[in-house]
Ligand binder design. Structure first.
Ligand code: ADQ
Length: 458
């Protein structure tokens, strides 16, 4: 079996606290690496001076080598905070209005990809297979090919891929499309993202889809597929079962005083639709006064990317909005919204999911959305809660038992909330069973194995 090399912007170096601390994606990638032996390379998260780069920071764990590189402060600003998070992220989430193009940052993005290629190339052996992750590193294969590497290289995009008209708003869209076309296998979260990619190739006149999932562009033949990422379903369900006895979960249960818990869990990001969700909750209460005091909405939202201006602005907007709604609909003995800006350990998170009568997951656009899957996995089969899910999350393509909503439609989401809190047990069980069966079969290991099987297939 060939060795595996994984490259991603950030790397999960194990701290040996077990799966609970690591999260499903890291666990699955580490399992794939352990099976084949290999290397996981990425940015250390640190910035260094502009002088000669320090040698790679290597950590050995069994047959896996973790190789981390520092970047300069300029690199971090241009590649990561700049082009990756202020152009590719908004564009891929259909937010043309938020994309900030600057030539300097685009150049920095391609420069850092070349730097990654030069640091990685000496570690690569001829029959290694290489798996690159996410939008930070789209040009990496093209750079490695430029250096003469013939290895099989796959790419998985964790975020959505938008239609041609959106992609074409990006000044360097041709280079980005050429970068994607340099891989041997391109993995997208859903069939819709794959269709959008095929549409972009066609619209650009860059290439053709010779047969479903088989492309030819720039003189290179490659494949593309939809590989929906999963979670560690069985392990997560086990955390949730155990979590009932966790003191924090116990305290949370006591503090809601018998009310139904509606739960939202998201990184603080404009793609997650948090402000629209708070509006929908307020509308639900004003349209259904009988539910005043009978529900508590808990929104757990750790800060992310605070160095990017749009995120900082959002932090203020959400906090203000939650305060305003509490002021408007709260009563002396009822605080409708609890808003928390912190990360929560996975076992406690699993316990809170299980406690919640409704999982409210309403991104405006999301590659997959693992929170939706975790919420389902954490439910008590005898008394499962209801998932209210945005039709614009990749997860909606397969989680047919959810109540699907359009997050831009505040009344529609408010109505779905009312339906969720009133749903009879039998309907909740039927909806949940179908989703859970799907998630048990399509877990994160299945995702990882399917992608790697296709990447290594002749
Ligand atoms: P994200 O945008 O980060 O991921 P998501 O898929 O929901 O979104 O994953 C978030 C993860 O963070 C979940 O595992 C969740 O449990 C965890 N998390 C969120 N809030 C937390 C908190 N307060 N405390 C602790 N943990 C918390 C990107 C894409 C997604 C895609 C994933 C994986 O944007 O669309 O599903 O990658 O491919």
């Amino acid at each position: 079996m060939s060795r595996l090399i994984i490259v991603s912007n950030r790397v999960s170096v194990p701290d040996h606290k077990g799966a609970a601390a690591a999260g499903g994606l890291a666990v699955a990638l580490q399992a794939a690496l352990a099976e084949r032996g290999g290397i996981w390379m990425g940015w250390s998260g640190k910035s260094s001076g502009e002088a000669e780069p320090e040698p790679l920071e290597m950590t050995q764990d069994g047959n896996i080598t973790y190789a981390l590189t520092d970047l300069t402060q300029t690199d971090v600003e241009e590649y990561y905070q700049g082009f990756a998070n202020r152009v590719l992220w908004p564009i891929c989430h259909y937010r043309l209005d938020l994309a900030e193009y600057a030539r300097k940052e685009m150049t920095g993005y391609f420069r850092v990809n070349r730097f990654f290629a030069h640091r990685l190339a000496p570690l690569i052996e001829p029959d290694d297979i290489i798996w690159v992750h996410d939008y930070h590193l789209i040009p990496l294969a093209a750079e490695l090919r430029q250096m003469g590497l013939k290895n099989r290289i796959g790419f998985f995009l964790h975020i959505p891929w938008p239609p041609a008209d959106v992609v074409r708003a990006m000044p360097v869209h041709e280079e980005i499309m050429r970068g994607l076309s340099s891989y041997d296998l391109l993995g997208f979260q859903t069939d819709h993202d794959l269709e959008n990619f095929a549409g972009c190739l066609k619209r650009e006149g860059m290439g053709i889809e010779k047969s479903p999932g088989h492309f030819s562009a720039h003189g290179h033949d490659f494949r593309g597929g939809a590989y929906s990422i999963g979670i560690e379903t069985a392990a997560f369900a086990a955390f949730a079962r155990k979590a009932a006895s966790h003191s924090m979960v116990h305290k949370a249960r006591k503090s809601i005083e018998g009310r139904d818990l509606i739960l939202g869990v998201d990184r603080l990001d404009y793609s997650k639709g948090i402000t629209q969700r708070i509006d929908a909750f307020e509308r639900f209460i004003t349209n259904n006064p009988a539910h005043q005091r009978s529900v508590t909405y808990l929104q757990i939202t750790p800060k992310s990317r605070s160095e990017v201006p749009e995120y900082e602005a959002m932090q203020h907007a959400v906090a203000e909005q939650a305060g305003r709604v509490n002021g408007a609909i709260g009563t002396v003995d009822w605080v409708p919204i609890r808003y928390i800006n912190r990360s929560i350990s996975r076992p406690i998170l699993a316990g809170l999911y299980r406690l919640a009568k409704v999982g409210l997951v309403t991104p405006l656009r999301d590659g997959m959305n693992l929170v939706a899957k975790e919420y389902v996995a954490a439910q008590d089969p005898d008394d499962p809660g209801v998932l209210v899910l945005s039709q614009f999350a990749g997860a909606a393509r397969k989680l047919h038992g959810a109540l699907l909503v359009n997050p831009y439609d505040v009344d529609g989401t408010a109505n779905a909330l009312a339906r969720a809190v009133n749903m009879p047990l039998q309907e909740r069980q039927e909806r949940w069973r179908g989703m859970m069966d799907y998630l048990l079969e399509h877990d994160v290991l299945h995702w990882c194995e399917t992608f790697l099987a296709d990447l290594t297939a002749k």
